[in-house]
Design a protein around this ligand. Structure first.
Ligand SMILES: [Zn+2]
Length: 295
């Protein structure tokens, strides 16, 4: 089995990105795994602190490990948006493959100082674990928001990116490049799309040399996602789109069989709805560019 670092490097060399999908239970895990196997591409599943609290940090790690071993399939586990070293150490001890250590709400210098300490502490427990740090402001909550946050003030600069990566030793950087967590109702309805600052991604990549993650990918214009990957994005996070699909699938299932009480008969349509979203996102992220033809 290739390591997550090797897979990221291989993806970068091919001009594709790894899909990262948030899960909080077995229904979502089954959906993501089924889609990844169908497409036969590596995949990352992630859980934020709240999602880990619901699923159980040790328990979800055991589930993902058992899938990886039984099927000899490259599914990796990420501790998404971890705001304290204590929660990070918990995930490291449970065997998570990577961690998003997110102190982006702190002033820049303090973010650098504490992230550096966390990188050292986490790697001393689990040396192969990849650590991601965050800069800039991309809002919080993978939910449906009423109003768009003002993202312009929180955009990351190439100089900040370089200083952050050099100052902390993170393996992966999550910059703010027009992306945001959650979706507006207009995006859920398909009437609006998020747009990304592609040039800013390319400049941050050149300045930092790090693997880059795009958070808050739900509801983003497909062509922007393709260009973002070409400009240096290595991991794309999708959460809200899955939550919307899960709820719709569940509602339709309950409505179509009002007397049913058997969970394993009610839940499959929710799995299928999520699986369809993951499948189409994986297809987009793993489409190889033909550099020669594009000059
Ligand atoms: Zn995120």
């Amino acid at each position: 089995m290739q390591s997550l670092r090797d897979l990221l490097q291989a993806a970068q060399d091919k001009g594709v990105a790894l899909g990262h999908f948030n899960i909080s239970d077995l229904v979502l895990l089954k959906a993501v795994f089924a889609a990844a196997r169908e497409r036969n591409v590596p995949v990352l599943v992630g859980l934020s602190e709240g999602e880990r609290e619901f699923a159980g940090t040790q328990q979800i790690a055991a589930f993902v490990r058992s899938l990886r071993e039984e099927f000899d399939f490259p599914i990796f586990l990420n501790a998404d948006h971890t705001h304290s070293l204590a929660k990070g150490l918990e995930a490291a001890k449970a065997g998570f493959d990577s961690i998003v250590f997110d102190l982006s709400a702190l002033p820049f210098a303090e973010n650098v100082r504490q992230t550096k300490q966390a990188v050292e502490a986490l790697k001393s427990i689990h040396p192969a674990m990849l650590i991601e740090g965050e800069i800039g402001d991309i809002g919080s909550g993978s939910e449906i928001h009423e109003t768009a946050p003002d993202l312009v003030k929180g955009l990351s600069t190439p100089e900040e990116a370089r200083q952050f990566v050099e100052g902390t030793g993170v393996d992966i950087l999550a910059p703010a490049v027009g992306n945001m967590h959650g979706m507006l109702l207009s995006m859920v309805q398909g009437k609006a799309k998020k747009r990304l600052h592609i040039e800013s991604i390319a400049a941050i990549k050149r300045a930092s040399g790090a693997f880059l993650t795009l958070h808050g990918g739900s509801g983003t214009d497909d062509e922007d996602l393709r260009e973002a990957i070409a400009a240096g994005i290595n991991i794309v996070h999708i959460n809200t789109e899955l939550r919307v699909a899960w709820r719709r699938g569940l509602e339709q299932s309950l409505a179509s069989q009002p007397a049913e009480v058997v969970p394993y008969k009610i839940l499959p349509p929710a799995i299928e709805a999520v699986e369809a979203v993951v499948n189409s996102r994986l297809e987009l992220f793993n489409r190889e560019r033909h550099f020669a033809q594009e000059g």
